[in-house]
Write a protein that binds this ligand. Structure first.
Ligand code: MEV
Length: 319
């Protein structure tokens, strides 16, 4: 190990099982951690007198906090250090890398920010509770996409399956989800990158023009999410798949699906998935398909055939 490393930390990716977009409007949603796909932050000694320096080799970028005080990452570090009681300047280099593609619906922004906050706390021999980390990261998410519900930073900070419902004022409702029987999801990536703020902003504009229409759609999503929670506890895959399909139909009506997502969703269903839907903000990014041992291989092949640039597999509730 490099003896200049002061601390290192990582954070998981995430998948929204159901309830995205409606969750921004105070309806419940269910999110799952993706423990095997992570973002990483490594803190090493910096150049004396230079202050904090960020390095993002994946993006080919390197920048100084002092030169970019308004950058969301710089703000995150400044507020985190303040929260940790640091007032004097620190000469540190923070290197961030991520296995999560940016703007894919798998929470890359929240994961990178969480890894940085954890690494800073570790560098100062401090421990921050998940609620503290989540609050720091939420502020930074707000800089990137305006009106986040808070579900991404919460599931990443707690790294467990959660039921999340935003309240007008914190504390929001955050409850662990009971998984009665493990189930497997394939995650198909359209390869289309879509920044969360774009579909979220578009839905907000349309909601402002016709609130009654969108409120009714969000209520239908909430009913699906509530039924999903019960079904997850009982382990009935057939009903779970049907609920995912119903959620997809509502997401199409909310206007956040795309031809690429629907091609993958249709391919997964035709190849034997119990159900499939887009996951995250939509217009690109990833979709999920509920499979079992008998259908996983054929659904994976069908997704690749239909244009998926990458197919990941995750089993939820095992161990
Ligand atoms: C993004 O993972 C989920 C959305 O509902 C946005 C949010 O909750 O902030 C689309």
């Amino acid at each position: 190990m490099d003896d200049h490393i002061i601390s290192r930390a990582s954070a998981c990716g995430k998948i929204i099982l159901c309830g995205e977009h409606a969750v921004v409007y105070a309806r419940p949603a269910i999110a799952l951690p993706l423990a095997s796909i992570r973002a990483h932050a490594v803190i090493t000694r910096g150049i004396p007198g230079a202050g904090l320096c960020f390095v993002a080799p994946d993006l080919g970028r390197r920048w100084l906090l002092a030169a970019t005080p308004d950058d969301p990452m710089a703000e995150l570090v400044t507020t985190t250090l303040r929260r940790l009681g640091v007032t004097q300047p620190l000469d540190l280099r923070i290197t961030v890398t991520s296995e999560l593609p940016i703007a894919s619906g798998m929470g890359s922004g929240a994961a990178i920010a969480t890894a940085v906050v954890r690494a800073l706390a570790a560098a100062l021999d401090r421990t921050l509770e998940p609620a503290d980390i989540s609050a720091q990261v939420y502020d930074s998410e707000r800089r990137y996409h305006g009106t986040p519900s808070g579900i991404d930073n919460t599931v990443v900070a707690y790294e467990q399956a959660i039921w999340f419902q935003r309240r007008a004022e914190p504390p929001h409702v955050i409850e662990p989800i009971t998984i009665g029987a493990p189930f497997t999801l394939l995650i198909g990536d359209t390869g289309v990158r879509s920044a969360t703020r774009m579909p979220v902003g578009d839905v907000r504009r349309r909601w402002q023009e016709d609130p009654a229409h969108y409120e009714a759609l969000f209520d239908q999503v909430a009913a699906i999410v509530t039924r999903t929670r019960t079904v997850l506890a009982s382990g009935d895959l057939g009903t779970l798949g049907a609920l995912l399909n119903q959620n997809q139909e509502l997401l199409e009506r909310i206007g956040v699906s795309s031809p690429e997502l629907e091609r993958l969703v249709d391919a997964a269903r035709s190849a034997g998935a119990y159900g499939a839907k887009l996951s995250g903000a939509g217009w690109g990014g990833v979709m999920i398909a509920l499979v079992d041992d008998g259908s996983a291989d054929s659904v994976r092949s069908a997704l690749v055939q239909a244009g998926a640039t990458r197919v990941l597999q995750t089993t939820v509730g095992a161990g």
